[in-house]
Design a protein around this ligand. Structure first.
Ligand SMILES: Cc1cc2nc3c(=O)[nH]c(=O)nc-3n(C[C@H](O)[C@H](O)[C@H](O)COP(=O)(O)O)c2cc1C
Length: 121
């Protein structure tokens, strides 16, 4: 399972690097990449203008067929808006919300997401 992620200030990058999985970072210069293997998305939370390149990636080629689930990083101080980017992606593309965490996550977050990925089969 590949991990496709977005990171504006580096927190999500630090989190995914702890997963020991195959990583692909999406940046404004490369959103239109086609992949042909199952992947999950890990995203931080920002207004849509800052995160929509991940939608561009998902909608490129046949990528959506390989999209298996999403995890989200955020900041609990945002209250009801905590991790809304990941929640919105789960709804929009009808994939499970696998895990949510704050900033770069902790060891428990790493284990929980790895288990959720394993449970996907
Ligand atoms: C301008 C701005 C807006 C943010 N809005 C939210 C938000 O609505 N909900 C949330 O959970 N976190 C929000 N965050 C927190 C970030 O999603 C969080 O710090 C995340 O770990 C950043 O990941 P990154 O360093 O990989 O970009 C916001 C952060 C900034 C700077």
């Amino acid at each position: 399972m590949k991990v496709v992620y977005l990171s504006l200030t580096g927190q999500t990058r630090k989190f995914v690097q702890k997963l020991d999985m195959d990583l692909l970072e999406i940046t404004p210069t490369n959103p239109y990449l086609s992949i042909h293997e199952p992947f999950i998305v890990v995203v931080p939370t920002y207004e849509i203008e800052a995160t929509e390149i991940i939608n561009d990636f998902i909608e490129t080629g046949e990528n959506q067929n390989y999209f298996k689930g999403v995890a989200g990083g955020g900041n609990l101080n945002f209250g009801n808006l905590f991790v809304f980017t990941a929640k919105d992606l789960a709804k929009e593309y009808n994939v499970p919300l696998l895990h949510t965490f704050e900033f770069q996550g902790n060891d428990e977050d790493v284990q929980k997401l790895k288990k959720a990925v394993k449970d996907l089969g």
